[in-house]
Ligand binder design. Structure first.
Ligand code: P6P
Length: 346
């Protein structure tokens, strides 16, 4: 009699934590060394700690401004500083990290070179959208992981690499629930923090961004400053059955786009003619997530992940979403006028 064949598979009732899922994924890659789970477990620990701070902010009165300005001249919220310190403390002792680069710090923190085991560079925005904290709007942590591509053992680690070199990227959204979304280049997986057991539990694997969703997300307050093709695109949306959704917190707006579909846009504006969002630790990680989910991520007409960076804090414009929705805007940017959208079924 042939023995029963057990198929390793995820069934509805399997309970997978972030750690066990990443380890399972690593086993699929021959020669994997477990380095990722070591870094991602540190990010998970930081995320749980920040989530606790965000949830208790009003009680512990750590909302509002820190009084300082960060290097970009933006008013620092108290929790920005706290979140930055939490991530530095959780990641700083991971022996395979060469560089930690934060939106909050002008210079990256060089921890160790390749000779001392520094194999990865971790870039992050510790608390994106933090100006929304005191009105209880979802904020998030965004991270990007690159290899320390320097071969020479004693050479200064190199983190200014184009986004297609990312080996992992993700975000944590501190919203109505705490959601951890991550890709290691093999699709996008989503976990939710189960506060009762203190663990991120797998809730959705290989997320695919839905197509056909008529939602556009852009700050129309800057409409008059947008280049003309963007203005023509918005007039098209206004007469084609679109809904406008704009939270003003990138992680929340991108997460909705990933789950529901549609398009998120941060175009050139008068205050930021080159775009407001940061390439290395906002646009690139989000672009990897969206592309891994079957969507498209552009900076103007260029694929975001191909941009060759010159500065850790450089800004870029952002267009990301499902391919069908990005293609409509791309047509306007190319000077074309797409046919009117078909009527929305009643
Ligand atoms: P605006 C938050 O300040 C942020 O950096 C992103 O999270 C968000 O997408 C964007 O800026 C909002 O910018 O100019 O629309 O307020």
């Amino acid at each position: 009699m042939t023995p029963p064949q057990f198929e390793p598979r995820y069934t509805r009732d399997n309970l997978a934590s972030l750690q066990s899922h990443i380890l399972a994924e690593e086993r699929r890659h021959p020669g994997a060394t477990g380095e990722f789970s070591w870094i991602l477990s540190a990010i998970s620990l930081a995320a749980k700690t920040i989530a606790n701070k965000v949830r208790r902010a009003r009680i512990e009165d750590v909302l509002g401004e820190h009084g300082d300005h960060n290097l970009h001249g933006e008013r620092q919220q108290k929790l920005d500083v706290i979140a930055n310190e939490i991530i530095m403390r959780c990641l700083g002792d991971r022996a395979n990290i060469a560089v930690l680069a934060s939106e909050e710090d002008e210079q990256p923190v060089l921890l160790r070179d390749r000779a001392e085991g520094g194999r990865y560079c971790v870039l992050f925005d510790p608390l994106d959208g933090s100006s929304n904290l005191d009105v209880c709007v979802g904020v998030g942590t965004i991270f990007s992981i690159l290899r320390n591509e320097r071969r020479a053992p004693r050479e200064v680690p190199h983190h200014l690499q184009p986004g297609f070199r990312q080996v992992a990227a993700g975000y944590i959204l501190y919203g109505s629930s705490v959601v951890f979304v991550v890709t290691t280049g093999n699709g996008v997986d989503m976990f939710v923090l189960d506060q009762s057991i203190g663990s991120f539990v797998l809730v959705q694997r290989r997320i695919r961004i839905p197509s056909g969703t008529r939602i556009y997300s852009i700050n129309e307050a800057y409409l008059d400053a947008f280049p003309e093709p963007y203005q023509r695109y918005l007039r098209y949306c206004h007469t084609s059955g679109y809904s406008s959704r704009y939270i003003g917190s990138m992680v929340a707006d991108v997460h909705r786009t990933l789950i529901k579909g549609g398009i998120f846009i941060y175009p050139p504006t008068r205050p930021h003619p080159g775009g407001k969002l940061r390439l290395m630790y906002e646009a690139n990680p989000m672009a990897m997530i969206i592309e891994q989910a079957g969507g498209v991520a552009l900076s103007g007409s260029e694929r975001t992940l191909l941009i060759r960076p010159f500065d850790l804090h450089q800004r870029t414009t952002v267009i990301l979403g499902s391919e069908d929705q990005v293609d409509i805007l791309r047509a306007f940017l190319a000077g074309e006028t797409p046919p009117p959208a078909p009527a929305v079924p009643a």
